[in-house]
Design a protein around this ligand. Structure first.
Ligand code: NAD
Length: 266
């Protein structure tokens, strides 16, 4: 059961004025990254964002133009030098960075749809590279741009710790992402750089459409969550904005579910 008529949370809870944030993962206005960018912008942050390729660009620009993103550049993390070029542009234009959001994931269809037992070495490699190692690379590139501290966010899913039907290969990949986040939080903590993974319940996005029987996952989430609500991208955005704000300066290394309490159900 969902309560579609409920108004979407929109009012920013925190003040991000003066903060500069890089958003990687907007595909269109349904993307979790778009929901986060929206709240970051409402809270006064200055934003940079990326698009995957020329095909994706118009859908991303529809969001970034509306939010007046100051830097918008291509970034396919598999293309040599593109991620580095984004950080170079941020350094040249802003001189530093206060937070970043890594909200990207990919696995080849055949591997995503097979049992973990059967996934190929190449498929595993590609999924880990795009969905996990890119976060490590972003942390590495962000570190010198955050001399006064900062915050690094990744987006994970409960299928990392429990077996969620049809999540398959992305389960171990998200487990690696979460663990990487913890090590990064420990390593960069002395520099005031914090790291978190936000763990939303299922949301109908482009990436989610690659997971088989995703509609069943949505229906199950709404029925299992004590609140019986599905999560919206603005709900994720509100947590993200809090985590990157100074109000959360003593919080690091967490994995926080935004799932209406679904994680409580046995
Ligand atoms: P989405 O399709 O809107 O976003 C996925 C993004 O990954 C896209 O912007 C795409 O361009 C990007 N991407 C894929 N390959 C890339 C590459 N090689 N280089 C750079 N970018 C690349 O879907 P979404 O659901 O908003 O996904 C965002 C994040 O949220 C992912 O990490 C996903 O695993 C996670 N997540 C999603 C859900 C959900 O139910 N939708 C739940 C929990 C976690």
């Amino acid at each position: 059961m969902t309560h579609e008529s409920e108004p979407t949370l929109a009012a920013p809870l925190v003040d991000l004025r003066g903060k500069r944030g890089l958003i990687v993962g907007i595909a269109n206005d349904q993307s979790i990254a778009a929901g986060c960018a929206e709240v970051f912008a409402q809270a006064g942050a200055r934003l940079a964002a990326t698009f995957l390729n020329a095909k994706a660009e118009p859908y991303v620009r529809a969001v970034t133009d509306r939010l007046q993103c100051e830097i918008v550049l291509p970034c396919d993390v598999r293309e040599t030098g593109q991620l580095e070029a984004v950080f170079d542009a941020v350094k040249a234009q802003w001189g530093g960075l206060d937070f970043l959001l890594h909200s990207i994931a990919f696995a080849p269809r055949e591997d995503l749809h097979s049992r973990v037992t059967d996934c190929s070495m190449d498929g595993f490699d590609i999924a880990m590279n795009i969905s996990c190692h890119s976060f490590i690379r972003m942390a590495h590139l962000a570190e010198p741009l955050m001399p006064d501290g900062g915050c690094l966010l990744a987006v994970t899913f409960y299928g990392s710790e429990r077996v969620v039907e049809h999540y398959n290969l992305m389960g171990p990949v998200k487990a690696a992402l979460e663990s990487s986040m913890r090590y990064i939080a420990a390593e960069l903590g002395p520099k005031g750089i914090r790291a978190h993974a936000i763990s939303p319940g299922p949301i109908k996005t482009r990436a989610a459409s690659g997971i088989e029987h995703f509609d069943e996952l949505l229906a199950e989430a709404a029925s299992r969550a004590p609140e019986h609500h599905l999560v919206e991208i603005a709900d994720v955005g509100n947590l993200a904005a809090f985590l990157v704000s100074d109000a959360a300066r003593r919080i690091t290394g967490t994995i926080i579910p935004v799932d209406g309490g679904e994680h409580l159900a046995a």
